[in-house]
Design a protein around this ligand. Structure first.
Ligand SMILES: Nc1ncnc2c1ncn2[C@@H]1O[C@H](COP(=O)(O)OP(=O)(O)OP(=O)(O)O)[C@@H](O)[C@H]1O
Length: 494
C-alpha cells in the first residue's frame, strides 16, 4: 500500500496500523458521503441508523416528510425494492445494482459491515447516481428500453400460453363433430391423458386448446410442442430441460423444459408418433412418476402436468412394427378421441366456410365473402387431404385474388381440381379435352414460379391423400425430408 521509501510518519499518518486503518476508513466514509448521491447505515436488525445529507432529498419521494419518521425504521418497510436486508442476512456485498422504486431509478452499491470477529453488524447503502443525471441517461434509456422489451415478451408469451379455442370454437354439427365435442366435454374436467387421432388439419390442436380451456387447469399455461418439427437431438432438452452448467455455449445457464413450463397446466404433444424410441421410455417414466430430470442433472423435479397427445399416424401399426412402445401407447390412449377427416363431415361444410370466411376477413381487413351454391358444391366434392387447414387456405387465396363479395366456382380456378368443369357446366358448356388440367387452371401462360408452386402443392396434397394424412409416409413418398415437408405444408397451408 505504501512505498518503501515513504514511512507512515513521513506521510503524516499515525504510526500504528490500527490508527492508519481507522483514519483511512473515516476519510473514505466522509468522502463517500459527500461524493455519492446519498448514503445510509443499517444495524444488524435492518434498522436505518443514519442517513447522509444527500439522502435526505429522496425522503419526500419515498413518502416521508421528516428524517425522524424514516430513521429507526426497518429498511424493507421504507425503501421499496431494496436488497440491503439480504446483504445483512447473507453477508455478501452487491457492488453495483440498479434499483427502481417510486423515487426513481438509481445506481446503488450495498456493502455488509463486519466487526473484528467477522460477524455482520450492519450494512452501508450507497446511491452512486440517480436517473436524473445526464451522464446516466444513455444507460437508463437502454435499461428502460430492455425492460419494455422484456415486459412485451412476457405479455406475448403469456398470451400465447392462454387457450385460443373453447369447445364452442370447434365448428360442426355433423354426427362426427358432435361426438368429438361430447367426448371433449366429458374428459375436460378430469386429469386423464388424452390421445387425439386424426389426419393433418382436422382440428386436433383446436380440440387440445378446447379441452384445456374447459378444464380446472384453464388459468394455468397450455404449452404446445410439435415433436415432428424438432430435430431428434434437441428433443430431450426441449421436453425435460437442461441443468445449469451441463453444457457450454447457449445452454450454459440451463434451460427449463416444456414439462416444467407447463407445471400446473397442460402439455400438448403434437405428432407424438414421431417420437424416437429412446425418448419414449423417458416420457413414459415422466408420465408415471410426474417427475422430470433435466439433462445433466441428477436431481428430479416434481411436476403436475396433464398431457394431451395427438398424432396423424396409425399408432397401433407403429406398435406392431416395434416403432412405438406398447406401454407408452396404452398410457397415452387412456381416452382416445378420433377426429374425422373433412371428407367424412360434408354436413359441416357450410358452417365451416362461413366461420372461416369471417375469420379470414377479420384477420386480413378484407370484406367478408359469401360462397355461391355452385361454388359450395364444388368445394364439398373435393377430397381435402389437408382438411380444414387446406380449406381455409383455398378460401383465403380465392378472397385475395378477387374483389367480388360472392365467391363463384370460377374464383376457385387453379385452386381446386374440377373448377373449370364446374364453370363450364354452369355456363352450359362442355369442357373441351384440351381444357383438362393443367389448362383448366387459368388460360394463358402464368409465371413459372407460380406454376411450379401449384405443381408442388398438388404433389404434396396427393401424397397426403394417398397416405391418409400420414406426414412421415408422405415425405418418404415424395423423397424429401420430414423437415422439408413441414416447411412446405406451412407454406401451402396444407
Ligand atoms: N372444427 C373446427 N372449427 C373451426 N376451425 C377449425 C376446426 N378444425 C380446424 N380448424 C382450423 O383448421 C386449422 C387446422 O387445425 P389444427 O391445427 O387444429 O389441425 P391439426 O389436426 O392439429 O393439424 P396437424 O395434425 O397438422 O397439427 C386451424 O386454422 C384451425 O383454426
Amino acid at each position: 500500500m505504501f512505498s518503501a521509501a515513504l514511512t507512515p510518519e513521513a506521510a503524516g499518518l499515525p504510526s500504528d496500523l490500527d490508527g492508519v486503518l481507522r483514519m483511512a476508513a473515516q476519510s473514505l466514509f466522509e468522502h463517500l458521503a459527500e461524493a455519492s448521491q446519498g448514503m445510509m447505515l443499517l444495524d444488524r436488525a435492518h434498522r436505518i441508523v443514519w442517513i447522509s445529507d444527500g439522502y435526505k432529498r429522496f425522503l419526500p419521494a419515498l413518502g416521508f416528510a421528516a428524517e425522524a419518521e424514516f430513521v429507526g425504521r426497518r429498511v424493507e418497510e421504507v425503501v421499496p425494492g431494496t436488497l440491503l436486508a439480504d446483504v445483512i442476512d447473507t453477508g455478501r456485498p452487491i457492488l453495483v445494482d440498479l434499483l427502481t422504486n417510486r423515487a426513481g431509478t438509481f445506481v446503488v452499491s450495498r456493502l455488509p459491515l463486519h466487526d473484528d470477529a467477522g460477524q455482520v453488524i450492519g450494512a452501508l447503502g450507497l446511491v452512486l447516481a440517480a436517473h436524473s443525471e445526464s451522464s446516466l441517461q444513455p444507460l437508463m434509456q437502454k435499461f428502460s428500453h430492455l425492460q419494455h422489451q422484456l415486459n412485451d415478451a412476457r405479455r406475448e408469451l403469456s398470451e400465447g400460453r392462454r387457450p385460443k379455442y373453447t369447445i364452442g370454437s370447434f365448428v360442426g354439427s355433423s354426427a362426427a363433430a358432435l361426438e368429438v365435442k361430447r367426448q371433449a366435454r366429458r374428459v375436460a374436467p378430469t386429469d386423464s391423458t388424452v390421445l387425439l387421432l386424426g389426419e393433418t388439419g382436422t382440428g386436433k390442436e383446436v380440440l387440445a386448446h378446447a379441452i384445456h380451456s374447459a378444464s380446472p387447469r384453464a388459468h394455468k399455461p397450455l404449452v404446445s410442442l410439435n415433436i415432428a418439427a424438432i430435430p431428434d437431438t434437441l428433443l430431450e432438452a426441449e421436453l425435460f430441460g437442461v441443468a445449469a452448467g451441463a453444457f457450454t455455449g447457449a445452454d450454459r445457464r440451463g434451460r427449463e423444459g416444456k414439462f416444467a413450463i407447463a407445471d400446473g397446466g397442460t402439455l400438448f404433444l403434437d405428432e407424438i408418433g414421431d417420437m424416437p424410441l429412446a425418448l419414449q421410455s423417458k416420457l413414459l417414466r415422466v408420465l408415471q412418476e410426474q417427475e422430470v430430470e433435466p439433462l445433466g442433472s441428477n436431481q428430479v423435479r416434481r411436476v403436475d402436468v396433464r398431457v394431451i397427445a395427438a398424432t396423424s399416424r396409425d399408432l397401433p401399426a407403429l406398435v406392431a412394427r416395434g416403432e412405438f412402445r406398447a406401454d407408452l401407447y396404452y398410457r397415452l390412449a387412456v381416452v382416445p378421441i378420433r377426429v374425422a377427416p373433412l371428407r367424412e363431415r360434408r354436413e359441416d361444410f357450410e358452417a365451416l366456410v362461413e366461420v372461416l370466411g369471417e375469420d379470414i376477413a377479420r384477420r386480413s381487413g378484407m370484406p367478408t365473402r359469401t360462397v355461391s351454391a355452385e361454388a359450395l358444391e364444388l368445394l364439398v366434392a373435393q377430397p381435402w387431404p389437408g382438411n380444414i387447414r387446406e380449406l381455409r387456405n383455398v378460401l383465403e387465396q380465392a378472397s385475395l385474388m378477387s374483389d367480388a363479395l360472392q365467391l363463384e366456382a370460377s374464383h376457385f380456378l387453379g385452386l381446386v381440381p374440377g373448377a373449370a368443369r364446374a364453370v363450364a357446366g354452369a355456363e352450359g358448356l362442355q369442357p373441351k379435352p384440351s381444357m383438362a388440367p393443367p389448362a383448366e387452371a387459368t388460360p394463358g401462360v402464368r409465371p413459372l414460379p407460380e406454376q411450379i408452386a401449384e405443381l408442388e402443392r398438388r404433389a404434396i396434397a396427393q401424397a397426403l391423400l394417398q397416405t391418409r394424412g400420414n406426414k412421415a409416409a408422405a415425405a418418404k413418398l415424395l423423397q424429401i425430408s420430414r423437415a422439408a415437408l413441414y416447411e412446405k405444408l406451412a407454406l401451402y397451408g396444407l
